[in-house]
Every structure is written in structure tokens, then in C-alpha cells.
Design a protein around this ligand. Structure first.
Ligand code: SF4
Length: 328
């Protein structure tokens, strides 16, 4: 696979905006490309500093870091715009250049019983989407792109925490096809009730995601039970600017009413080490990226729940309601 870093777009934007110092954020998989990207920017006479912090999504724009080092512009590589900030940012999506034809052909077997496909893609594949749509239409399928609802950047665009655009079309489609990786398709299968087929471009495979759904839901139900049994509970308030998934106040009151000892904790990046230091906390609810609780639970020694799951534990929502709305 070749990555297209949209060098021309970057240079044109930098020439137009004329910054003196930029802070560059790179998604995790492309941090290795920092030296060459640094050369392009320095060649324009601009000072460049790379953020060494993790960057998992467009929700994470390093405005505080940029201010701390006196940068006047952020260049954010690898994600689309997800939140509005009061700081200038250039988003460079980074395109994955690869030939998808053999995977599309392979997917036909998995979707042979379905006529109408809901199609979504992670941002690196946006440039391919018209070709993909045409491919399926030529095979007599009807294709509907997921809606642009919430912070996603485009019609058909999917992120790990935004599935309203898929839910909006699920009554009109027979299945969903996701172009990307397991992360996005697993979230989709937890959010919608139609079959989800992943065109896994990174593992060169086509997968039907349903079997994972039941396994994850069982694990989530266990975490909800553990929160009910917990005495000391930590509510983690994410400090990354686009990771605000719920307000802690009402949840804390509800938990206190049920006899729990509840504390609020701020955290930027959640890690097992940081969590472990709060040794006497029995369970956590995290209001940062909801995928940490769901995808990374095995890394943590204590149960971690999303806001919606915590609302089930305190009786504000029923399990069936979150299955209906989707657990993300
Ligand atoms: S909150 Fe999580 S899933 Fe959503 S965009 Fe950020 S990193 Fe991705």
C-alpha cells in the first residue's frame, strides 16, 4: 500500500496561510513519516515541531500543545475535521492508494443475498468511493452512502464513535459494507441491526462481523453488573477537546443516591498504568472516547464502562434500550 500525504495541498495551504511555526500531529501509524514531512515544511522557511502525544482521531486536536510551544498553526495528518476549534488547523486526510478490485470481487459472495447496500468508508478511502459505488451498481446492487450526521466530515464517512449516519439508512438497506478496518466495522455492528461486511483493506480480506457482536455484548453486560456491585467508582472526564461523551453531574448524583462513593478524575490519554494507580477504585465510567471501554477492556484490571452502559447500571436506561439505540 502506498500512502499519499497530499504534499501539494499541504504546501499550497502553508504558502497561503504563511505561518511562522507549525505543530504537526500525525496519526499513530504515520508517525514514522515525521522526518520527510518535516523536510517539506522546513523547506518553506517555517519552523516545525511534531507532537509526540498519541493521536487516535480528529477528536484530538492539540490546541493546548500548539499554544504551549508558540505555534500559530496545527497541521493534523490522518483524520478529517471532527470538531471546531478556536485555533487554525489544516487537515490532511492521507490517502491509502491501493487496488481494491480483488476485495470487491471477493465481497460479492458475502453480499449475494442482499440487493441494497449501505456503504461507509474510513477517511483514507474517500477518493475510491465513486469507483466502489460504480462497481457494485454494475453488479446490479443499489448503493446508499451513510448520511452525514453529527461530526463526520462527509456522506459515507465513518469514525469509531459516530454511527447515526448508518442508523439513519438502516431501514432502507439489506446490509452494510464498510471499507476500512475492524475498528470501524466492529463499531458499526454494535450500532446497527443489519449484517455488516468489512472490506478489510489492511489484512486483505472480507469479513462478516456478526459473530463479534454477541461476544462483545456479553462482555459489556458483565461490566454493567460489576459497576452495580462496585463501592468506589471513578468517573473519568476526558480532557482531549473532542472527547466529551456525556456530562458527569447527573450520573454522579444517581450513583451517590445508590450508596456509591464516587469521585471525578480528569485524564487525557487513558492508560492501564494511570488507572492502576487509583487502586481503591472498583470500577470506572469513562466519558472520553467510548471505544476505550469497549475495545480495550482486556488491558484494564478494573471494569471500565461508557456513559450509556453506566446509565443502564443505575437504571436510567434498559439494556434493550441501548441495544436498540446502539451501545456506542
Ligand atoms: S472519540 Fe474515539 S472513536 Fe471517536 S473519533 Fe475520537 S478516537 Fe475515534
Amino acid at each position: 500500500m502506498t500512502l499519499d500525504f497530499e504534499k501539494e495541498k499541504l504546501i499550497n495551504e502553508l504558502k497561503k496561510r504563511k505561518p511562522k511555526k507549525v505543530l504537526v500531529q500525525l496519526a499513530e501509524g504515520i508517525k514514522k513519516n515525521a522526518p520527510e514531512i518535516g523536510e517539506w515544511i522546513k523547506a518553506l522557511g517555517i519552523e516545525v515541531i511534531f507532537s509526540g502525544e498519541t493521536c487516535w482521531g480528529g477528536c484530538d486536536v492539540a490546541v493546548d500543545e500548539a499554544r504551549a510551544v508558540g505555534a500559530d498553526l496545527i497541521v493534523h495528518f490522518g483524520h478529517a475535521e471532527f470538531i471546531r476549534t478556536d485555533f487554525p488547523v489544516i487537515y490532511i486526510n492521507v490517502k491509502d492508494i491501493l487496488n481494491l478490485n480483488h476485495l470487491l470481487e471477493k465481497s460479492l459472495e458475502s453480499i449475494k443475498d442482499y440487493r441494497t447496500i449501505g456503504l461507509s468508508y474510513s477517511i483514507q478511502h474517500r477518493h475510491d468511493i465513486e469507483n466502489i459505488k460504480r462497481f457494485y451498481e454494475e453488479k446490479d446492487k443499489k448503493v446508499i452512502l451513510s448520511k452525514k450526521i453529527g461530526p463526520v466530515a462527509h456522506e459515507g464517512h465513518i469514525t469509531g464513535c459516530q454511527y447515526e449516519g448508518l442508523k439513519a439508512i438502516q431501514n432502507d438497506v439489506d446490509c452494510f459494507v464498510i471499507i476500512g478496518n475492524q475498528f470501524h466495522s466492529m463499531g458499526a455492528t454494535l450500532a446497527v441491526k443489519k449484517p455488516v461486511i468489512l472490506i478489510d483493506v489492511y489484512n486483505n480480506n472480507v469479513r462478516i462481523m456478526e459473530d463479534l457482536r454477541d461476544k462483545i455484548l456479553k462482555q459489556r453486560a458483565i461490566s454493567i453488573e460489576k459497576l452495580r456491585e462496585a463501592k468506589n467508582i471513578g468517573i473519568i472526564i476526558g480532557t482531549k477537546c473532542g472527547q466529551k461523551f456525556g456530562s458527569p453531574k447527573k450520573l454522579m448524583e444517581k450513583l451517590k443516591d445508590q450508596g456509591k462513593n464516587v469521585i471525578a478524575i480528569t485524564m487525557g490519554e487513558l492508560t492501564p498504568d494511570k488507572i492502576m494507580n487509583f487502586y481503591n477504585i472498583d470500577a470506572f465510567v469513562e466519558l472520553a472516547c467510548p471505544r476505550i471501554a469497549i475495545d480495550d477492556f482486556a488491558k484494564y484490571s478494573k471494569p471500565i464502562l461508557t456513559m450509556r452502559e453506566a446509565l443502564v447500571a443505575v437504571g436510567e436506561l434498559s439494556w434493550n434500550e441501548i441495544l436498540d439505540k446502539g451501545i456506542i
